[in-house]
Design a protein around this ligand. Structure first.
Ligand code: PBG
Length: 329
């Protein structure tokens, strides 16, 4: 005689049944692919700590967008790494800047591609900090002036959405104001709202040559130990007009993603950052883990935690695996 009244295993007995009851599915339409763009022509330079990711010159970035679109990726997040850096990061708002030139060219080649621009200063400043420095400290309000110029420039050159990543107080409000004043009422802002000061950005800083020359980012990026502060940052960004809020890094902050999802009514994005990517790639290359399965588990967990959007360097790999599997990964 068998007295078991519950047998959850019944629903796991076949692939079709497991698929019928699966609660969370990642699809390529959830994903945004970051791209790093550098000056020059025909440049495709692999980023050592991020195998499969490159610094692209504008011409090849455009070609890459065509390929990505064919693979099923509908959105990219653009970072520019200019040759000339200065104290204020003025290369970020020049008419002939990298972002300003690349957006129209991508739009011409792939009109449907949704282009998000990262808005920050660390790639553009000689000191590598995310704003204007005064007496060794980041001057928040002086930085806002540059943010306004960069925002307007991205909008005027065709960005579909702007994502400020500097963790500067009042940034989203200043952006919303200048966008509305100039007729860009419909342009959404995706705030990097709860962005932690994290060593997981290490490979990104190699890719974009934006490590701070002196000090670190702890006076503006958040302490990852703080849950309530993360919610406060999210709340402030929403109050200032953020249309989407982001938690970053993603897989170490699944609890924060869930809390943001449960406490606020705007879509939630999560950034699966460079260090998360690098670790999976390195272990995969060594044959220590199954890279494809780990990618899928990671992205599924981030989505299950509550992310509607995942920004990930795996976007292309995922889209190709998804297509090969007929959408049943
Ligand atoms: C710029 C910026 C960074 C990342 C996104 N935007 C670097 C940083 O804050 O140091 C990190 C992305 C990644 O690691 O993949 N402020």
């Amino acid at each position: 005689m068998n007295y078991l009244s519950h047998r959850p295993r019944r629903l796991r007995s076949s692939p079709i049944l497991r698929s019928l009851v699966r609660e969370t599915r990642v699809t390529p339409s959830n994903l945004i692919m970051p791209l790093f763009i550098v000056p020059g022509d025909k440049v495709k330079l692999e980023i050592k700590s991020m195998p499969g990711q490159y610094n692209w010159s504008i011409d090849l970035a455009v070609e890459k967008c065509v390929e990505l679109y064919k693979a099923g990726i509908r959105s990219v997040l653009l970072f520019a790494i200019p040759d000339l850096k200065d104290d204020s990061g003025s290369a970020s708002w020049q008419k002939d800047g990298i972002i300003q030139r690349v957006i129209p060219l991508i739009k011409k080649a792939v009109p449907e591609m949704f282009i998000v621009t990262d808005l920050c200063f660390c790639e553009y400043t000689s000191h590598g900090h995310c704003g204007v420095m005064r007496d060794g400290k980041l001057d928040n309000d002086a930085t806002l002036e540059g943010i306004v110029k960069q925002t307007l420039s991205h909008a005027q050159h065709g960005a579909d959405m702007i994502a400020p990543s500097g963790m500067i107080d009042g940034c989203v409000g200043a952006m919303r104001h200048v966008l509305d004043e100039n007729g860009f009422h419909e342009l959404p802002i995706m705030g990097y709202s709860a962005k932690m000061a994290s060593a997981f950005y290490g490979p990104f800083r190699e890719a974009s040559q934006c490590a701070p020359q002196v000090g670190d980012r702890k006076s503006y990026q958040m302490d990852g130990a703080n849950r309530r502060e993360a919610l406060r940052e999210v709340q402030l960004d929403i109050e200032q007009g953020a249309d989407i809020v982001m938690v970053k890094p993603a897989s170490l902050f699944l609890d924060i993603i869930r809390e943001v999802k449960d406490n606020f009514l705007v879509p939630v994005a999560a950034y699966n950052v460079s260090g998360e990517y690098a670790m999976v790639k390195a272990a995969g290359a060594n044959g220590w883990i199954d890279e494809r399965k780990i990618m899928l588990e990671t992205l599924t967990s981030i989505k299950r935690a509550g992310a509607d959007i995942i920004i990930t360097y795996f976007a292309e790999d995922f889209a190709r695996a998804y297509a090969e599997s007929g959408g049943e990964l």
